[in-house]
Design a protein around this ligand. Structure first.
Ligand SMILES: Nc1ncnc2c1ncn2[C@@H]1O[C@H](COP(=O)(O)OP(=O)(O)OP(=O)(O)O)[C@@H](O)[C@H]1O
Ligand SMILES: [Mg+2]
Length: 297
């Protein structure tokens, strides 16, 4: 999808301010105070796909996310972990403006995707949500055929000029989602008749079909058995070569298996972010250490 298709005048937004997080703490020593919620580790990368700066989220009078600055790199899987209610899903939904659909929810700060602030009033959320697609906890295929589940997005976004082009997008998306061989002879059957693991890969194929740049996944394997989970994890590793993937997971093992960086949230604050290998073996913040050693949450 054309990035500039976001904006009516096809121009990137000029003068978008990128603030650095004043709380950013690059100190390599362990942060021992469990009252210090500033971000430990480097939340920034070279040439990010998305750049979040000072993002806070309020639900009416209650703040759920506090001043989060974080880059999403190209071709990476970044995992978000933390205790229930710490704001992982809320932050994830900021990245494609899904919070817009929640009454009373207000997002502040800036989120830049390829040079454009996605919260600029001129941005159309329909193409935005194609570029930053989302896969949910529970597989949610449309009550349509397998073919139409995939073809729906390309049709509404006008991505195919002919039936053969649409057929090619459907086949390609199902192949990328590792589902083609299992469904190629039953494309006219309802998507809902597939197994849970197949339905989740169908939903991933549906996201891929509209050529996203970023795929958001909120606990995508929590409704799946271990074999279906392993298939989806393999798929995430393959998809990373073409997309940026942000995955919320309750499984630290899953975060360690699939991600290159991990971010730990605590009571709405981004407390630590780092390379996944280092993160689990040598956390820098006391709160992270408590969480990954099972002393909290
Ligand atoms: N629609 C909503 N309206 C009001 N408050 C909400 C809403 N959604 C979430 N919250 C509140 O915001 C905070 C963060 O919730 P969020 O769902 O983002 O946490 P989470 O880390 O994803 O938790 P979990 O691991 O249980 O999914 C919680 O205090 C929650 O009660
Ligand atoms: Mg959640």
């Amino acid at each position: 999808m054309n990035v500039a298709a976001f904006l009516p005048d096809n121009k990137a937004i000029a003068g978008v301010k990128v603030h650095l997080n004043e709380n950013y703490n690059s100190n390599k020593e362990l942060v021992s105070s469990d009252k210090d919620y500033s971000t430990t580790g480097n939340p920034f990368v070279e040439s990010p796909r998305m750049a979040c700066r000072g993002v806070s989220v309020d639900y009416s009078a209650k703040r759920a996310v506090f001043n989060v600055s974080l880059d999403i790199a190209r071709n990476e899987v970044i995992a978000m972990i933390g205790p229930s209610g710490c704001g992982k899903s809320t932050f994830l939904r900021c990245l494609n403006r899904m919070n817009d659909t929640i009454p009373g929810c207000r997002v502040s700060g800036s989120i830049i995707l390829d040079g454009m602030d996605i919260y600029d009033r001129r941005v159309d959320v329909v193409p935005l949500r194609a570029m930053v697609g989302m896969v949910f906890q529970k597989p949610n295929p449309f009550p349509k055929s397998i073919y139409d589940n995939i073809a729906y997005g390309p049709r509404i976004h006008g991505l195919a000029d002919s039936r053969s082009e649409l057929d090619a997008i459907v086949e390609d998306s199902l192949k990328k989602a590792g589902l083609w061989d299992e469904v190629k002879d039953q494309l006219d059957k309802p998507g809902t008749m597939l197994s849970g693991g197949q339905q989740q890969r169908l939903c991933i194929a549906r996201t891929i079909a509209v050529s996203p740049e970023v795929i958001l996944m909120d606990e995508p394997c929590s409704a799946l058995d271990p074999i279906a989970t392993a298939r989806v994890e393999e798929l995430i590793e393959e998809l990373r070569h073409n997309y940026s993937i942000v995955i919320v997971t309750h499984s630290m093992q899953q975060a360690a298996r699939v991600s290159q960086r991990t971010a730990y949230f605590h009571m709405g604050w981004l407390v630590e972010v780092g390379e996944t290998d280092q993160f689990f073996t040598n956390p820098r913040h006391k709160l992270t250490e408590n969480y990954i050693t099972g002393r909290f949450g």
